[in-house]
Design a protein around this ligand. Structure first.
Ligand SMILES: NC(=O)c1ccc[n+]([C@@H]2O[C@H](COP(=O)([O-])OP(=O)(O)OC[C@H]3O[C@@H](n4cnc5c(N)ncnc54)[C@H](OP(=O)(O)O)[C@@H]3O)[C@@H](O)[C@H]2O)c1
Length: 255
């Protein structure tokens, strides 16, 4: 049995990714908040729901998906059942030091998933406390593996991983929308323009993932001398495409 405290945007996305990709919903127990959000999700996914954290005694690992404002009260309620359990918090402010101090008898980790976890294509950075054994890390990976990639990183890098992988789905959505607008401007029907832009993003990502070449070399492969693609690349550079992306990450990181 695994547990979730908080099933909002990110907690709900992880639970959805688990169930939609074959994790047994009867092995998931969720404590929701004050709204009907968790009940609505339960109606779709069929996991068990409880009203109190104490009712999650059988759950291990327990994942925390509440916001920073609810973290302290959740941790103090969780303390009494946390002995020797694995606790993984998605909350941005839940540093390993903070978790360790609040739950001294638990094995704690801080993880930042992104929303593609919902479709099993997520990228989650995680930092484990030094108490974790390899087997315990494997236990976390065996759950999160249903939602996509899980990569261990030093805690100082969790923030930038969260920005590069977590904020950027919105940046890519913007790129896809702009590409689709351009297609419509040149005569494509809107749906076809979106299908082409989304299909391209999916395919180009898959190619970049599976290729031995880095994205820069992949770009070189499709830019023939004097051809249309290099002219498009030059126009993107003229309008500061790369700088705009770097500035977007700078802006997100400054939060
Ligand atoms: N969204 C992302 O893409 C993302 C990615 C990585 C990390 N994070 C981090 O994850 C945290 C949550 O973000 P979010 O976007 O998922 O926020 P959210 O949509 O507001 O979800 C938080 C959920 O926690 C529930 N909750 C609050 N107090 C609770 C309690 N005592 N017991 C059980 N459930 C409780 C709330 O339920 P009710 O609404 O029903 O009260 C709410 O559904 C933030 O710290 C954020 O930085 C977010």
């Amino acid at each position: 049995m695994i547990g979730f405290i908080g099933a909002g945007s990110i907690g709900g996305a992880v639970i959805t990714g688990l169930v939609k990709n074959g994790y047994d919903e009867n092995e998931i127990i969720v404590k929701g908040g004050k709204s009907n959000r968790t009940k609505d999700l339960q109606d779709h996914l069929g996991f068990k729901m409880v009203q109190k954290i104490k009712q999650m005694e059988d759950a291990d690992p327990i994942f925390i998906g509440v916001g920073a404002n609810a973290l302290d009260s959740v941790l103090s309620e969780l303390k009494s059942i946390s002995k020797d359990k694995i606790v993984v918090a998605f909350t941005g402010s839940a540093t390993v030091a903070k978790l360790r101090q609040a739950l001294p008898d638990a094995k704690v980790a801080h993880a930042i998933p992104n929303t593609p976890v919902k479709v099993g294509a997520g990228f989650t950075g995680i930092t484990y406390s030094e108490k974790f054994t390899d087997d315990e890390k494997k236990k976390v990976a065996s759950v999160m593996g249903y939602t996509g990639q899980l990569v261990e990183v030093p805690e100082p890098q969790l923030g930038i991983i969260g920005t590069v992988a977590g904020c950027s789905p919105a940046f890519l959505d913007l790129f896809i929308e702009a590409l689709s607008d351009a297609g419509v401007k040149h005569g494509l029907d809107r749906k076809l323009a979106y299908d082409a832009a989304i299909g391209m993003a999916l395919g180009a990502s898959k190619l970049a993932l599976q290729s031995d070449l880095n994205p820069s070399a992949l770009k070189d492969e499709v830019t023939s001398p004097g051809g249309s693609t290099i002219k498009g690349v030059a126009a993107l550079e003229e309008y500061g495409f790369r700088n705009a992306v770097i500035k977007a990450v700078d802006a997100a990181e400054s939060e």
